[in-house]
Each structure stands twice: as C-alpha cells, then as structure tokens.
Ligand binder design. Structure first.
Ligand code: USQ
Length: 423
C-alpha cells in the first residue's frame, strides 16, 4: 500500500549538490555521505561555528581537523573530491558567483546558527543569530530566483518552530491537512493547506519561523521549490563515512549552547558529572540520530519537489521525554560501560512547558520518501559512549567540565542553575 505513495527518485550519481554550512556537525557528515553515493559535492562555510564555540571556550570535544585536512582525508580515504569555498552566505555577490559556477541541482541549507541558548544570551547574540539566519536565507532565495530557479532548496528548519501546543492538537507537517476545518460562531471554514500556527521556543527558533515564511512565499512568487525540514533534536556520532578515519570525524559539542541534550548526557556520564535534567524532565521532544537524519536528507535530495512546491517534512524518528533519555543514558553507561552514572534535576533556565501533550505527525518521510530508521536510541548512545570514553576525548571533556551547567536564563539572568534533586 505504502509503496504507491513513494515519490519518484532521481539518480544521485553525478547530481550536483551544494551544502551551505559544510563544516558543521550535519554539513560535513552529509558531504561525505553524498560524496560516497557519487554526488558532485560542493560547499561553503564561513567558519562561524568554530568562532562561536571558541567564544564560549568550548571547542568540539571530538577533535576535528581544519577544512584543508578534512578535504584531503576525504580524497585519500573515501576517494571523494569536494569543491569547497570559504565564504559567507551573506556575501551575496561571491555566493552568486559560486552558485553560477557550480550550477547546483540541489542546495542544502545548513548555514545557520543552531543554538537556542546562544540566541537568548543578550541583545547582541539575539541580533547576530537572527541576522545570520534570516538574512542569509533571504539573500539565498534571491540568488536562487536569479541564477538557479530550477534547483531544489532543502532547508533545515526545526520542530521547535511549532512549540508544544497545550491544546494537544496534532503537530502537522507545516500546513493543515486538507480535511482540517475551523469551527467558530456556528460557521465552518477549511484550513487545508494553510501554514499551522507557530510558537517558537527561543529567539533562535523565531529565526527559523521567519525563514519558513520567506521560503513559503518565495516558492509561491517565484516558482522556487523547497523541502523545509523540521528536524527534531539530533544526537550521535556515527555514519560509515565519518567513522572511517579520525580525520573525518564530525564535530561534537557538549556546552550549554551548542550541545544537544543526549550528546550532553553521554559526555556528562563519561566525565562523572550528574546528568542535568532541566526542571521536571517532563518536556517531550522529537529526536533523530545523525545517521537517520543523513538518510532522510539523502532521500529528500533524490526526490526533488516540483516547481513552485513548498513542502514541510517533520524529520524525527520518535519522541521521548527528558527523563526517559536520562534513563537510557544511565542504563547504557552503567550496564555497558561500567560507569557510576548519577542523574540530577536542576533548575530550568528556559521558559518551556514542563509537562504537556505532544503529538507530532511525521508520516511524509517514511510514506513518501521511504525513510526507515536504522538505528535505535540505545545503539547510538552506545556508539557515542564508545567514542567519548576514548582517553584523549574523555580528557577533553574533563577539561571543559565547568561549561556543562547552564548559566543562560531566558529571563536574561546569568547565573548557574542549582540542583533541585539528585535522583
Ligand atoms: N535539556 C535538559 N538538559 C540539558 C539540555 C537540554 O533537560 O542538559 C532539555 C531542554 O530544556 C529542552 C530539551 O532538553 O527541553 C532539548 O534541548 P536541546 O538543548 O537538546 O535542544 P534545543 O535547544 O531544543 O535545540 C536543539 C538544536 C536546535 C534544533 C532543536 C530541535 O540545538 O538547532 O533546532 O534541537 S527541536 O528541539 O525539536 O526544536
């Protein structure tokens, strides 16, 4: 039954794909994945992620090479040639020249600041995140209109655009389904095809909402085509390509701004720091492993949207609350690595519901693109422990252990959170 809904696939071999933000956690991993599938990969990066984490005194705890060494290793180990240019997406003239030269068939846009806490630090950081993200995407849309209007834009959004609607209504994939209706005052209207309400959970998430509107309208006005990928919280370390050689490893952050929750929990367990559940731990989110996310992106690239089509996919492989995540990390750490893991609840510096209904719909990737998750949370947590317990990496975590507890409050306060309870 499901097979009939699958979108037609294009051959990836020889497809020209440009990755914006190619030096990042996702960008680098995707470059190697696509290269190994025979795509002609190109990419840009302005190295801003490396600057942001340096500012937070928190470089990747998995050692990563500079771009030159990475490219050389990709060539030597995997036989992949990547056309890389160090370039800021906001430099529209240089960007336009590069796109003109490469003529990409698909552009994957990862070149945004991904951190909620970083965007909530103060006015300077909020403005930097919104400027980088919103204006970068906006400029790109104009370049695509003028230079490669037939190319598909695969743009990274976030599940956090939707918030966690307390009514408990399902979180649809971007727009209301055709049969949705609004009843009010004894009247009824169809909501089908309208963008669903957004309730972003930080100023970073607000930037993604603004992107959504810009891309949605650009597809309508200029007949551009885009998949807007609402990705859940990402975790993990492994794909066949990044694990093939230490020089090919992708970055891994554990500080309060750039580390995501599962990755942070594993690092905390390795360093002997009690896992930091914020608040009650009843917050529920969608999650996806690095490897599964790469599979989704590859499938989206190989089945491009039609001209004028703006399509949202919710890219998660399941949902969990934070307490469950801590339990999984606790169990794997103790049983499989013999670590004395401790779990704590600390004050929650963010403004977010501590217990709420959560019913995301995430059917398009499996039903229309053939996505099947290949890695369980437990397996990927195990692989992450395997990497992070290597002595040279454990030492790097220990050196940065003072950066684990959050100090960035959504209220604007800057103070360490206090422990509420050790579980
Ligand atoms: N959390 C803890 N303890 C921690 C860290 C986080 O309990 O030590 C909680 C947070 O309060 C939150 C949840 O875990 O409820 C997720 O936090 P996170 O820091 O892992 O993720 P978030 O800030 O939501 O942002 C991350 C990425 C972002 C992406 C987003 C997807 O940094 O780029 O857009 O995940 S989503 O969360 O679905 O919006």
């Amino acid at each position: 039954m499901k097979e009939s809904k699958l979108k037609p696939k294009k051959k990836l071999e020889g497809m020209r794909v440009m990755i914006l933000g190619i030096d990042g956690y996702l960008g680098w991993t995707l470059a190697l994945r696509l290269g190994s599938l025979g795509c002609e990969v190109s990419g840009i990066d302005n190295q801003s992620r490396r600057r942001w984490v340096a500012e937070r005194r928190s470089p990747s705890i998995v050692p990563i090479e500079n771009m030159e060494t990475r490219l050389q290793a990709a060539r030597e180990v995997l036989g992949i040639e990547i056309a890389y240019r160090e370039l800021d997406l906001l430099d529209r003239s240089a960007m336009q020249d590069f796109i003109q030269e490469v003529q990409p068939e698909a552009i994957v846009h990862y070149a945004e600041c991904p951190s909620a806490p970083y965007s909530m630090l103060d006015a300077e950081h909020a403005i930097e995140v919104q400027r980088n993200n919103v204006l970068g995407t906006l400029g790109l849309l104009f370049i695509m209109r003028d230079v490669v209007p037939e190319a598909s834009l695969v743009k990274l959004g976030t599940m956090g655009e939707y918030g966690t609607p307390l009514s408990g209504r399902p979180i649809f994939e971007g727009v209301f389904p055709p049969e949705a209706t609004l009843h009010w005052d004894d009247r009824e209207w169809s909501l089908g095809g309208e963008l669903t309400p957004r309730d972003p959970s930080s100023l970073y998430h607000v930037s993604k909402v603004q992107d959504t509107i810009n891309v949605f309208e650009a597809c309508k006005w200029w007949n551009l085509r885009s998949y807007d990928v609402m990705q859940g919280v990402i975790f993990g370390v492994h794909t066949d390509q990044v694990s093939a050689d230490p020089r090919l490893r992708t970055r891994f952050d554990i500080d309060e701004c750039f580390g995501t929750v599962i990755n942070r929990f594993v690092a905390q367990a390795v360093a002997g720091i009690p896992l930091t559940i914020y608040g009650t731990g009843g917050q529920t989110r969608g999650f996806i492993s690095l490897e599964d996310a790469m599979q989704c992106m590859t499938r989206l690239i190989s089945s491009p949207p039609e001209a004028g089509q703006y399509e949202v996919v919710n890219q998660i492989s399941g949902t969990r609350d934070i307490r469950e995540l801590a339990e999984v990390v606790d169990r794997v750490g103790k049983d499989e690595f013999g670590l004395p893991v401790v779990v704590q609840r600390v004050e929650n510096p963010r403004v977010e519901a501590s217990s709420h209904p959560f019913e995301p719909i995430y059917e398009k990737l499996p039903d229309q693109f053939g996505f099947k998750s290949t890695v369980s949370l437990e397996e990927e947590v195990h692989r992450t422990f395997e990497l992070l317990t290597q002595p040279h990496i454990k030492d790097r975590i220990l050196e940065k252990s003072d950066l684990i507890l959050p100090t960035t409050w959504w209220s604007g306060d800057q103070r360490l959170v206090e422990t509420i309870e050790v579980l």
